[in-house]
Design a protein around this ligand. Structure first.
Ligand SMILES: [Mg+2]
Length: 330
């Protein structure tokens, strides 16, 4: 591409690839001003803000399609907003591309196509950003803004003994999907690799849980580790019954072939499901919220006094060997 042999200036780059993504956000001023303006909030709302940084070869592979890199970066942020019970509004983007990158225009075109696709899917807009070159790898950071209930955003600190532990969707697709994507598990399970590459942030469920859930977060490090975050910040113990943890048909297939993979289901990361606690009386309302959002919700355990996380097998005996492996980088 001839254009790639020319250095496209920063202003042209913004006008061509990023301004179209901001055209429907009034406060973005077409990306021509020094900063964006956020609209006033309705009564009873407050802004919720989250930021994530991604580095090539650490958080994604250098040859991953730029469309997917863009969409995953955005979705990881939307998942954090959902975990706080906030409705996504918009985002800003900081992008650093390698000075010696081959065909940067082609990369930017694909990257901005990915952003446009998810903007349409989630009803959000680019509000502002910066684009620079770097001697290092592709690096990007997205800051997402959402509107949450004033004084009612979901925190990690509200779980209390006697409450139930719930999770949305299915667990383990992301972790086993990474293995499929790496060619370590059968290509028959391409659906899992797709879920790893493109998580589904629970943006419609999260806001419906505000006022129902007592604590919440999104599962990015792994179910057990993230349950530990709620336990720590709430000052209590989370008991998870392993047989209740919802898994997809593909994960069930893989685990029945190799039961050792179940540990990976419970401790691998990248699920982007919501893990939350609630009083037992809220169970019917939570089921209804799940139906309205079109996302399954499953009760997987309970909150007790104490500390840490205990996972029980189908005999009710503690499952050992689930040492927090944490989220593993490539
Ligand atoms: Mg999170």
């Amino acid at each position: 591409m001839t254009e790639d042999s020319e250095a496209l200036g920063e202003f042209d780059r913004i006008a061509r690839f990023f301004a179209p993504l901001a055209k429907d956000a009034p406060g973005a001023f077409g990306l021509t001003d020094d900063a964006a303006a956020l609209p006033p909030l309705a009564e009873g709302q407050e802004w919720v803000v989250t930021v994530d940084a991604l580095v090539s070869a650490v958080h994604f592979l250098p040859d991953d399609p730029p469309e997917l890199v863009a969409r995953k970066a955005l979705r990881v942020n939307l998942s954090d907003l959902a975990a706080m019970g906030a409705v996504p509004y918009g985002y800003t983007l900081a992008l650093a591309l390698p000075k010696d990158m081959a065909e940067p225009q082609r990369w930017l075109a694909a990257f901005s196509r990915g952003l446009a696709a998810d903007q349409a899917e989630f009803g959000i807009h680019l509000l502002g950003g910066d684009s620079v070159s770097t001697p290092g790898p592709v690096t990007l950071s997205i800051t997402a803004f959402g509107r949450g209930p004033r004084d009612g955003v979901l925190r990690r600190s509200g779980a209390a003994p006697g409450q139930d532990v719930w999770v949305s969707g299915t667990i383990g697709d992301g972790a086993l999907g990474l293995r499929v994507a790496q060619g370590l598990l059968s290509g028959r399970f391409a659906d899992l690799a797709d879920r790893y590459r493109l998580p589904a942030p629970r943006v419609t469920l999260g806001p419906r849980l505000a006022g129902l859930a007592t604590a919440a977060l999104d599962v990015s490090d792994g179910l057990v580790q993230d349950a530990g975050h709620i336990a720590t910040h709430s000052g209590c113990r989370l008991v998870i019954e392993a047989p209740l943890v919802p898994i997809s048909a593909s994960v069930a297939d893989l685990v029945s072939d190799d039961p050792d993979l179940f540990a990976e289901v419970l401790t691998g990361g990248d699920d982007y499901e919501l893990l939350f606690t609630a009083a037992p009386e809220a169970a019917d309302a939570i089921e209804a919220a799940g139906r309205e959002a079109g996302v399954s919700v499953t009760r997987i355990g309970r909150v007790q006094s104490g500390a840490g996380v205990e996972v029980l097998d189908h005999h009710g005996a503690p499952l050992d060997g689930l040492t927090a492996r944490g989220w593993r980088h490539f």
